[in-house]
Ligand binder design. Structure first.
Ligand SMILES: [Zn+2]
Length: 187
């Protein structure tokens, strides 16, 4: 996290933020850094397909991210969810069979984040379950990103660092994932 908080020496675009499409211009609410540093890519719930998913489904690809990395050689990649997310609660609602599931996003959520939370946690309320899903969904997308060789190599060689963030929509505070503590903490 240190490299990210440190003021950049120049206004180089060194950070890619993959944010939920509902979140709007996420960097506007960040308390540090020059907005010009950030390039924001918006996807439903910041969902990113794994390498294997892209191999098995021609509708999915990470080409857009790869192209942006070719252009900017980002030093930081942030996957950014938010507590007020409406997409994840929407995916939890029952649907009629055969209903539209653009790019299989809901099915991928059910097989990934939802299964993980239901197998590993016993939330005491629906709102606690929803929050767990929002936090874990960010980590699942980072895992998916790391299955792509070009990103895995950049991270392994230290060229790019990855971060998981969840924005509290009401306070604009950010929870960042700390791997050493296996927890999200306010930053
Ligand atoms: Zn959202």
């Amino acid at each position: 996290m240190v490299g990210l908080v440190k003021p950049p020496a120049s206004r180089i675009r060194d950070t890619l933020i993959i944010a939920c499409s509902e979140l709007g211009a996420a960097p506007d609410c960040l308390s540090f850094g020059d907005a010009e540093r950030f390039l924001v890519l918006q996807h439903l719930a910041a969902s990113m397909p794994s390498y294997q998913e892209c191999e098995n489904d021609e509708r999915l690809s990470l080409e857009e991210v790869a192209r942006l990395f070719d252009q900017h050689q980002f030093q930081h990649l942030i996957v950014c969810g938010h507590l007020g997310c409406g997409v994840i609660p929407y995916w939890l609602r029952p649907i009629k069979s055969g209903a539209d599931d653009t790019n299989g996003f809901r099915r991928r959520f059910e097989n990934g984040t939802l299964r993980l939370v239901d197998n590993h946690y016993t939330p005491k309320s629906l709102s606690e379950r929803r929050e767990l899903l929002i936090f874990e969904h960010v980590l699942c997308q980072i895992e998916n990103l790391l299955t792509h060789p070009f990103l895995e190599q950049r991270v392994r060689s230290g060229k790019t660092s990855m971060y998981g963030w969840v924005v509290d929509d009401e306070s604009a505070r950010i929870y960042g994932y700390r791997a050493e503590e296996s927890a999200f903490v306010l930053i």
